[in-house]
Write a protein that binds this ligand. Structure first.
Ligand SMILES: [Zn+2]
Length: 384
């Protein structure tokens, strides 16, 4: 079994019953984004992080893409307003409440400091452009950051969907299945033919596939994470051998940080026990902010990760090949090729255009059309 990033799976969960002992403890309110990351820290998803970042750690992440001696590219922080920051002192232990006001965990406070939003945006997204959804998220956060080691009560966030398993459980599952190699697949889209092609390529050379859609915040207009989760449940059941694929979910916000988020996503999958991670074209990108293959190059600029990065070029449908292919496998020209991506699928759904079977399987199209009658298919982007 591959070791977690940094060598040890962080486990900072108190028994569920311990919550009662802390009833009435002065608490810091968390945003929905911070609340999901509290669970990610405490259950080892973000190993080796043990808490929300202090100013020195944040600076090292932004400047050098590392935490201590290992690669780390994305800030993990607890933001608060100036009025709340005034009531918080380093050295104290406080509670952490979610947006519903429920006590979810504890923090041993080590630092309270002004939120360096511009430095953070430049260091994470490479831009201060407010049209970048990650920049907009950070600019809307609190003016101060609170750092410190955290603990949670219980091992599962009650707000997480039924597909969620913490890293300790997926590791156990992979071992039980006898998978010595597992490819992780990150997505925020419903399954289309291009993603299926990447998944099948991975399955040809690994023993297991772990498909883990994002279930945290996504920008307005992206597919609703719950729709994606349900679509994948159906897709996997209809198509893949049951003993070779596990569906999970990853409850963290999308940052749209392109190459830096690709590294973050790879590290997370290593913590879940994956030995391989699929990185396609413009991973975690948005608009034209990143070069299509910047994420592939980013891995070469860091100390090597233990997880193997499977770098794929963009799949398309080639009419001459009569199949999905990439420029590595198709000898024909652009006129034969139809590129496939989640935004095109969304646009076709919104325009009530027929989605052809070489873009998306008929049963998936049917599922989405049925869902569309009952609920919005796309996120409203409210951050919570
Ligand atoms: Zn071709």
């Amino acid at each position: 079994m591959i070791a977690p990033h940094g060598g040890k799976l962080v486990q900072q969960c108190l028994p569920e019953g311990a919550r009662d002992r802390y009833a009435g403890i002065p608490a810091i309110p968390m945003s929905a984004i911070a609340a999901s990351d509290l669970w990610n820290i405490a259950t080892g998803v973000f190993s080796p992080l043990t808490g929300f970042m202090d100013r020195r750690t944040l600076h090292t992440v932004l400047q050098d893409n590392r935490v201590e001696s290992v690669a780390w590219t994305i800030p993990i922080t607890l933001d608060v307003s100036a009025s709340i920051a005034e009531r918080i002192q380093a050295g104290r232990e406080m509670g952490l409440t979610d947006p519903q006001g429920v006590l979810r965990g504890l923090i041993q406070i080590s630092d309270v400091y002004p939120h360096p939003k511009d430095e953070r945006c430049r260091g994470t997204f490479g831009t201060l452009d407010a049209r970048h959804p990650g920049v907009a998220t950070v600019q809307g956060m609190g003016e101060y950051l609170v750092a410190g080691t955290v603990q949670t009560f219980g091992e599962k966030d009650p707000s997480l969907n039924a597909g969620y398993r913490p890293p300790a459980e997926t590791r156990e599952y992979f071992a039980k299945q006898g998978w010595s190699t597992v490819a992780g697949f990150q997505t925020r889209n419903v399954p289309h033919r291009a993603h299926e092609y990447l998944q099948r390529c991975a399955l040809e050379c690994t023993e297991g596939l772990f498909i883990q859609p994002i279930s945290g915040w996504v920008k307005p207009g992206d597919f609703d994470p719950d729709v994606v989760q349900q679509a994948y449940r159906l897709f996997i059941k209809e198509l893949y051998p049951a003993d070779r694929v596990l569906l999970g979910s990853l409850s963290t916000a999308m940052r749209y940080a392109g190459p830096k988020e690709a590294v973050f996503h790879a590290i997370i999958r290593q913590n879940f026990g994956c030995t391989h991670f699929i990185v396609g074209r413009d991973h975690a990108g948005v608009g034209k902010f990143y070069h299509a293959y910047a994420a592939h190059r980013m891995f070469d600029q860091l100390p090597p990760l233990e997880i193997n990065v499977l770098r794929f070029h963009e799949p398309f449908y080639c009419a001459r090949c009569g199949s999905i292919a990439t420029e590595k496998t198709c000898g024909h020209g652009e006129p034969q090729r139809t590129y496939i991506n989640g935004s095109d699928v969304r646009d076709m759904l919104l325009a009530n255009r027929t989605i052809p079977p070489h873009i998306m399987r008929e049963e998936m199209v049917r599922f989405l059309l049925e869902q569309q009658q009952q609920r919005p298919l796309f996120s409203d982007g409210v951050r919570g």
